[in-house]
Design a protein around this ligand. Sequence first.
Ligand SMILES: *Cc1c(COP(=O)(O)O)cnc(C)c1O
Length: 360
Amino acid sequence: MKNIRYELLNRENNVNLPPELGFGQIFTDHVFEMDYSPEQGWHNSVIKPLSQLSVHPAAMFIHYGQAAFEGMKAFKTDNNQVLLFRPERHFIRLNNSAKRLCMPEVDIDFAIHALKELVSIERHWIPTRKGEALYIRPFLFALDTQLGVRPSRTYKFIILLTPVGAYYPEGFKPVKILVQDEYVRTVRKGMGECKTPGNYAASLLAAEIARKEGYTQVLWLDGVEQKYIEEVGTMNIFIHLKDEVVTPKLTGGILHGVTRASVIHLLRDWGLTVNERLISIDELIQQYHNGNVMGVFGTGTAAVISSVGEIKYNNELLKFNDGEPEELAIKLFDEMLNFQYGRIPDRFGWTQQVPIPVSI
Ligand SMILES: *Cc1c(COP(=O)(O)O)cnc(C)c1O
């Protein structure tokens, strides 16, 4: 295993977190970094104080978008243990994004080791109030300085940490979603399966339009026909029908959510029928008018489970469960948090403990 160099701040171990954490607004004071070159592979691993990056204006990621990221969380349990939720899944996905974008993969065991070291050093930044967590943002980007489209030879990998508040501080409120058929986010065989900056840049205009109409999120339809439901902003979507729970199957334009996979597993474990299949927007409308839709919810690391109260598509306004969160969504939310905060035995092996020095 490659060695990590430690350049640590000499600081007290208590951290004053502001009462309102928000999401991704404050950062812990160390990062993990390493560099890549074809000659040396990944090297120069270091945990060091957070500082500004100095980047050449010709750095390739700025011009050609060769970059990928992840988003996962660490949780502090009631007895002060620190748990990571399925970190290996996130690094596998980061490597899949890297492959699609012609970037070097990271060694998953080493990345998890480095992450645990960093989180252990930054453990005092993990907030402990209900619903709070440490959000982890590993990312990888191209650094060659040349204006010309080709894969870069050099890269940097960084893990940045940010303490985040409960996603729904006032409780579990259903969100309103606008279906978008004017723009698409990705297309099959494009980069929809990657967490790469361009996909989010492509989503901004539609999200702004939705926001101006009073909607929090956009529901994306497929990039070819704008017929099939794909996903919501930064969440995968589930529809609870009378005799099955359905979620769009992974056709190539959809992000393979770790929360999505976990929720499918949990629902099946509870004995529900879950089908990953194509769902057209017309089918959703039809099922709605037939009274078959019990509820709709989104899944993603940030909010974990997000209840959907309303979907608007052209002149159709679908309202679910009288604008109240549906029972299944609430039950899933509670159970996912039970796993994440280590409140129940982890029968699926989803969490990994971060070793904490005995001195605390
Ligand atoms: C990150 C993300 C998700 C959710 O994935 P999780 O692994 O559950 O956090 C869904 N859709 C998009 C577009 C995303 O970026």
